[in-house]
Ligand binder design. Structure first.
Ligand SMILES: [Zn+2]
Length: 525
């Protein structure tokens, strides 16, 4: 006698995305695992009295998306605090901050006393003055009009610039390096940059309760976008504690691999943590390091100068010697290693460090971003088996007159060479860096990239966001395709990306399933 399934997903166009990439009509799930994939009538044999049946009405069913590079609490901040990324003027940004201040003021208890939250920080994230007609940073004067009794901070999109009101400045200005505090006639304007932003971060670092709020909001947002797993980058944050607490309570609706910053390496070694240790939902991932900066700040490390500054070739955030030391210590302790590298010189430095490891391919060492890799470096990814963990949404900068054009000139078409990486046999994983967290947007950019050398087909793009990301997290045996025996993580789409190549970013997510549970149902009723 066959056991009945817990869940049937029927009347679907099921794409397995495995090597044969077959299409089927239906899937059956029991105990969080896929138990049958095939024609409707065969899958229906597993229907019992208690089986939940979801008719997908002909929709495309795919393995759930795995985002290989996230900062989940950063996404949570946009959701919980004022989201300034949607503001189209300084006034609009201030209105959003005022709304946030009101929202938290009204949480006073019935005696009318302000709660702790009501006296606390008013925060906004993601403003981008370069998109405004009135193109200027927010100032102390602006933010004093939001509140003159509570500290108010608005962060610029890149998090390298923050605007503070008078109360916030009074609290923190003594801890800030003077050269990073903007002044006019000796008085702080409210704008602080670079290292002066650090004391602000520390002051607003969420406690466990606040961090849980951020994670809960962000995991819901991720599920709504078809995300069933993430590789989260974590440094001195409460996020790992929250992930494990929610996991114990059965409240996590997303699988999390925690990539810990190299600062934590000694502590992890001492406490016996190793890559892949953990539960079905929360596992320890890689040790993460930096090498260079970014193109925006002209700090990505280039072999040839920037197109818009011929004296500049970028900077090391972590130089090759220090990187080599981190890589060898982490590798010898049995950890997967990953390093941020954007410019060609930085990418080469990481590959050099990995080449000295025992077996970089087996350890699945990875490079994050890989935006400007030389042809030679691309070949080395394939030869060494090093994972290229890339963000196809960054292709938004690759067009004519885009950021890559101004910083790199002709080299803009040499960025994000996904087809060459695949041809070289490099493991390719897609992620978003939460800019924003949205796999279909990234897939859209990869399929519709400005240059042929950056474009991949729909199937290849979907694979990089499913099986490719699973591989980067040692998860290809349990996740990443729709096959019998794998965990039941799925996303159903309202339209077929193969039939709507030019508008993939507009396709709606209809249903998200994690471990056999429906965690999001966006079907029009
Ligand atoms: Zn990142």
């Amino acid at each position: 006698m066959t056991l009945a399934a817990d869940l049937l997903l029927t009347n679907a166009e099921v794409h397995t995305l495995d090597d044969s990439d077959e299409t089927h009509e239906a899937v059956a799930v029991r105990d969080g695992r896929i138990v049958r994939v095939g024609p409707e009538y065969e899958v229906r044999f597993l229907e019992g009295v208690g089986t939940e049946v979801v008719d997908l009405d002909g929709r495309v069913l795919l393995p759930g998306f795995i985002d290989a590079h996230t900062h989940l609490t950063a996404t949570g901040r946009y959701l919980v605090h004022a989201d300034l990324s949607k503001a189209d003027s300084p006034d609009d940004a201030l209105d959003r901050l005022r709304a946030r201040a009101d929202e938290t003021n009204s949480t006073g208890d019935e005696t009318g006393n302000a709660t702790e939250e009501a006296g606390a920080w008013v925060l906004g994230f993601g403003y981008d003055e370069s998109m405004w007609d009135e193109s200027r940073y927010l100032t102390r004067e602006d933010l004093d009009s939001v509140s003159d009794s509570r500290p108010v901070v608005a962060f610029r999109e890149d998090m390298h610039v923050a605007s503070l009101n008078g109360v916030a400045l009074d609290r923190l200005v003594d801890e800030m390096p003077a050269e990073d505090v903007h002044r006019e006639d000796g008085d702080p304007t409210g704008v602080v940059v670079e290292e002066a932003v650090d004391p602000v971060y520390e002051a607003i670092e969420p406690d466990a309760e606040q961090a849980e709020k951020l994670v809960r909001a962000a995991q819901q947002y991720a599920n709504e976008r078809g995300v069933t797993g993430i590789h989260d980058m974590v440094r001195k944050s409460r996020a790992p504690e929250v992930y494990r607490t929610l996991d114990m309570a059965g409240d996590l609706s997303i699988r999390v691999r925690i990539n810990y910053w190299a600062d934590h390496l000694d502590a992890l070694v001492e406490t016996g943590e190793r890559t892949n240790y953990g539960s079905e939902f929360v596992r320890t991932g890689a040790i993460k390091s930096y090498t260079d900066g970014s193109f925006g700040g002209r700090t990505a490390k280039l072999s040839e100068p920037y197109a818009d500054d011929e004296d500049e070739t970028g900077q090391w955030v972590v130089d090759p010697d220090e990187l080599g030391d981190i890589v060898s210590r982490a590798d010898e302790a049995g950890f997967q290693v990953t390093a941020h590298a954007i410019g060609d010189e930085a990418i080469e430095a990481v590959l050099d460090a990995y080449e000295d490891c025992e077996s970089p391919g087996e350890s699945r060492h990875r490079v994050e971003h890989v935006e400007l890799a030389s042809d030679e470096a691309i070949e080395r990814f394939g030869e060494l088996g090093v994972v290229a963990s890339v963000q196809p949404n960054f292709l938004k900068w690759a067009g004519e007159d885009g950021l890559y054009d101004s910083r790199l000139g002709d080299r803009r078409t040499e960025t994000n060479q996904y087809p060459a990486l695949l041809d070289a046999g490099a493991p390719l994983a897609f992620g978003s860096d939460c800019m924003p967290l949205d796999p279909l947007l990234g897939i859209h950019h990869a399929v519709n990239a400005p240059d042929e050398s950056q474009q991949v087909g729909v199937t290849a793009a979907l694979r990089a966001y499913t099986l490719g990301a699973a591989y980067a997290g040692f998860d290809e045996e349990r996740l990443g395709t729709i096959e019998v025996g794998k965990r039941a993580d799925f996303v159903a789409l309202d339209r077929s990306p193969w039939d709507h190549e030019e508008s993939i970013s507009d396709i709606g997510v209809a249903l998200t399933v994690v471990d056999g549970d429906v965690v999001y149902d966006g079907r029009k009723k």
